[in-house]
Design a protein around this ligand. Structure first.
Ligand SMILES: Nc1ncnc2c1ncn2[C@@H]1O[C@H](COP(=O)(O)OP(=O)(O)O)[C@@H](O)[C@H]1O
Ligand SMILES: [Mg+2]
Length: 407
């Protein structure tokens, strides 16, 4: 079974723990990175699609190890499977990234840093752990942000002019020295916000320019952002920012390309490439607090992204935790084993293609819901708007080293 990636998709891979979701996501990543004829795509080809894998569990950090030389019984099992399927191991060299300021899980990974001016007051509130509408610390953040970025503020006899490309230090300075903020907020609130912002100045998460998509996304290449060893709020924030900025920059790039086409001018160069964003266990980036922020960002991405060459594939063991607005945009569902009735019902209610009335399974006739409970590891039910009927699929073995095992 081939997935046509000439056009954009939103793919959901669901199933209980150990049912094969990560494996399937890896197969998709391999397919995207290897191209249709199995050879490696040329990295750097401007027309090629970039693949960004947000790895919330650091499972994909061994992908570069050629399966032929990987040791251990798991690799041996994988090689045997490949022989059975008459497939050859493949080589992919992902670019690994970790979050700036946090432990590099991978010896060859580069730090991904944020640019302060890409954060909205809401993002700052989320990072600092305060609500910008109802809590004093949040209100102070908004007030200082307004002064620093749009109105400017008075310091002694002079004024500090607004600066959209601000640094965290500018916000701290404003909180320290603006008389107006001094009158409006009690010292404890100001001290608390300054302290938290100060810790981010020192953390290494931010840098003046921040990492760019030109660095992160390689047309025709795979980038793995390792997110497991960072606190939940930072992991979520990094993910929102990446997704939101990718949408903004692709929308600009796609407009520039259209303008060039229509006017016959030269195509813009150095723009952000078309991309697939893959997120394993997507519920790990859905914070319990601020989940509406995450859902809004993801919803916008899946709704608008396809107009700008953006696709997404997420896996989750909690399908009922996927916002219904996101589920409505999914065009292809790969459902591995689902044993919780609520999850199975949610998935069945969102099927994209004609369902069988009943299924012949192990010599019995069962319902689709029952089949979802019984289907084995690595097998799944596929429902796609591009397919007239729902069908069963056995996912091929991985061509690169798979780290999705409980050690
Ligand atoms: N299609 C498949 N072919 C072979 N082995 C598979 C397949 N899918 C999953 N597995 C194996 O099953 C185990 C669990 O798969 P995994 O993808 O980690 O599950 P999940 O992400 O759903 O928890 C892994 O050891 C993996 O290698
Ligand atoms: Mg998994």
């Amino acid at each position: 079974v081939l997935l046509d990636v000439a056009s954009e998709h939103v793919v959901a891979i669901v199933g209980k723990r150990g049912s094969g979701k990560t494996h399937t996501l890896g197969v998709l990543a391999e397919g995207l990175a290897l191209g249709s004829n199995g050879d490696r795509r040329k990295v750097g080809d401007e027309r090629a699609v970039a693949v960004l894998l947000l790895d919330t569990l650091n499972i994909f950090q061994w992908m570069h190890i050629p399966l032929g030389t990987a040791r251990g019984s798991l690799a041996e099992t994988q090689r045997n499977l490949l022989r059975k399927w008459q497939l050859e191991p493949a080589m992919i060299s992902p670019a690994y990234w970790h979050v700036g300021g946090y432990e590099a899980a991978h010896a060859d990974s580069r730090p991904f840093t944020l640019r302060p001016s890409n954060l909205t007051p809401q993002d700052w509130g989320f990072l600092v752990g305060t609500d910008i509408a109802t809590q004093p610390m949040g209100q102070l953040l908004v007030a200082a942000y307004e002064k620093v970025t749009s109105t400017g503020w008075k310091r002694g006899p002079g004024t500090i002019r607004p600066n959209k490309a601000y640094r965290i230090e500018d916000v701290i300075e404003c909180i320290e020295e603006s008389e107006e903020l001094g009158r409006e907020f009690v010292p404890e609130t100001r001290r608390a916000v300054k302290q938290r912002l100060g810790s981010f100045v020192r953390s290494g998460l931010f840098s003046p320019e921040g990492s760019t998509f030109q660095e992160l996304l390689r047309p025709g290449g795979l980038s793995v952002l390792l997110l497991a060893r960072v606190p939940d709020n930072v992991r979520s924030l990094v993910t929102f920012l990446v997704i939101r900025r990718l949408l903004e920059e692709r929308s600009a790039a796609s407009e520039a390309t259209k303008a060039a086409e229509i006017s016959g001018r030269a195509m813009p160069s150095g723009t952000v490439p078309k991309a697939w964003v893959l997120i394993d266990e997507a519920q790990n980036i859905m914070p319990s607090q601020g989940s509406s922020l995450a859902n809004d960002v993801l919803t916008r991405f899946v709704r608008e992204g396809r107009n700008f060459g953006l696709s997404m594939a997420i896996s989750t063991q909690q399908p009922s935790a996927i916002d219904s607005r996101i589920m409505a945009q999914v065009d292809t569902i790969l459902a591995h084993t689902l044993t919780v009735r609520q999850d199975a019902n949610y998935v069945l209610a969102n099927m994209k293609s004609l369902e069988p009335k009943d299924v012949a399974f192990g010599g019995r006739r069962v319902s689709l819901s029952e089949a979802l409970r019984l289907v084995g590891v690595g097998h799944c039910v596929v429902s796609s708007v591009d397919s007239e009927r729902t069908f069963f699929l056995e996912v091929r073995p991985r061509l690169t080293t798979h780290g999705g095992f409980g050690a």
